[in-house]
Design a protein around this ligand. Structure first.
Ligand SMILES: Nc1ncnc2c1ncn2[C@@H]1O[C@H](COP(=O)(O)OP(=O)(O)OP(=O)(O)O)[C@@H](O)[C@H]1O
Ligand SMILES: Nc1ncnc2c1ncn2[C@@H]1O[C@H](COP(=O)(O)OP(=O)(O)OP(=O)(O)O)[C@@H](O)[C@H]1O
Ligand SMILES: [Mg+2]
Ligand SMILES: [Mg+2]
Lengths: 257, 257
């Protein structure tokens, strides 16, 4: 059974891309077949894996707009054991171009059907907005959405708006949409703010919050400049160990469902 | 002469809102008349000043879509000496609703004309995207765009895409659009990454980069939870002193133009 998860949160800079890349890498390291789909025009997931976003032409855009099979855009990275459907800045136009297209909210879901049986996990990295690209990802995310929550006040505050959008998508587009889990990121034990955010999120969302908390760790922000997941950049770092633990927690709790 | 600046960068979480709020507060503390316009559906600038975004109804949305005079949406805060045109989640619909409207890229510029003479500075807080809301702000920003750049690799990487978009807006919509300055934010002197990003941005953009660098400082991220600029929350903090210095640098270099 292939599990499809979207990393979504309209608040910017909360760790969506970092989670997609590093959770993906640790799932792949466990022998699972993993596909990352970069649904963000910033193409940060693409560049975090060492690709030049201005050089790739077979991207998710072609599947969303030109209906080219997604299978034709899948790039394999044998070293990371990760597959990627890349993005490039052309995708920025899709937010508007999708508006007039038939089945505009279901295009990513349809495109993913052509590759779904080849993978155990498909992770969708979303842009920091609630437009048609993120909506497409929320419709395609048949097993739920993973919400990275930075341990900061403004990120906490944005959760209401996100859950309201999830309710709308569930009502009108994807009745199966659920929260797979909230992931607390950039936790800094030295600040009261971090601790307050963790306790508020846990008290409000209960078991929906992953036990694993990702600490603030500079190695996570350095790894993208080397074009590799933290597993390959510094596997002993606190950030790496957290994403390794998250992969274990996800697989374990998936198996129980 | 009223100066209108947009805080823009499609990379999420780089300090756009933090800069708009705190730069605005320190400009106001110098006796200047300052208006903040929250052009982000997340409404973080609105909530950072203590307002409940779900309670405000007179927002920038009404001026962009319903052509209600912007003057009717201006809220004065006597304590902070700041005026604000708030936002709320309804603005998320504007990205799509604007697509079919005449003069869709100029609606914010037109709306601002009704209030421009009342202020010395108008600061526009943008969402983390390059859609029609940010485009409207870039067209309205007659004196330029202030680009917060987080001292991280992915934020550095995104600058090329941003400058390409600025070139397009300058060519098709606002020939006067220029970069007023790049502001390095969340600088952490303990990490090599921060230092590398600073030296790369300075070597690439030269004098366009503000001398003032904003350090990573937890007081800046705590202040929004109290609904006040850092000037009122902790004026002696490193973050506060940096934004005070930025206000001084901006005014000094504006006067020389
Ligand atoms: N746990 C962490 N510790 C330190 N830095 C981190 C951590 N997680 C992410 N970062 C860094 O913080 C920045 C924001 O993270 P990231 O880009 O993954 O967030 P995002 O939600 O995908 O952003 P956007 O909204 O722009 O898509 C990046 O520079 C990243 O390298
Ligand atoms: N210099 C700083 N030191 C520490 N924290 C900061 C600093 N500047 C901003 N922050 C915090 O980092 C987070 C991101 O900043 P902010 O929300 O201002 O960025 P943004 O670019 O407006 O984000 P978005 O893309 O979501 O609009 C916020 O929680 C903010 O409080
Ligand atoms: Mg991202
Ligand atoms: Mg903001």
């Amino acid at each position: 059974m292939t599990r499809i998860y979207a990393m979504a949160n309209q608040k910017g800079g909360v760790g969506k891309t970092t989670t997609a890349i590093n959770l993906g890498a640790y799932l792949a390291a466990r022998g699972l077949r993993v596909l990352l789909v970069d649904v963000d025009p910033q193409a940060n997931a693409t560049s975090s894996l060492g690709l030049d976003k201005n050089q790739v032409s077979a991207t998710v855009y072609r599947s969303l707009i030109d209906e080219v099979s997604l299978a034709d855009s899948v790039l394999q990275n044998p070293r990371f054991k990760l597959a990627l459907v890349p993005s490039n800045p052309q995708l920025a136009g899709a937010e508007v171009e999708l508006v007039g297209l038939l089945g505009r909210e279901y295009r990513l879901l349809r495109a993913i059907q052509t590759v779904v049986t080849r993978f155990d996990y498909i992770l969708l990295d979303c842009p920091p907005s609630l437009g048609l690209l993120t909506i497409n990802a929320l419709v395609a995310a048949q097993h739920g959405v993973i919400i990275p929550v930075q341990c900061e006040y403004l990120a906490l505050e944005g959760l209401t708006q996100l859950t309201q959008t999830l309710d709308l998508v569930r009502k009108h587009l994807n009745p199966k949409l659920r929260i797979r889990g909230l992931l607390l990121t950039m936790y800094d034990p030295r600040t009261n703010l971090s601790q307050q955010v963790v306790s508020q999120v846990r008290s409000h969302f209960g078991d929906l919050v992953f036990q694993t908390v990702v600490p603030r760790n500079v190695r996570l922000s350095e790894a993208p400049s080397y074009g590799e997941p933290v597993l390959f950049f510094d596997p002993k770092s606190a950030g790496a160990l957290a994403y390794q633990a998250l992969a274990g927690e996800l697989v374990r709790t998936d198996d129980q469902r």
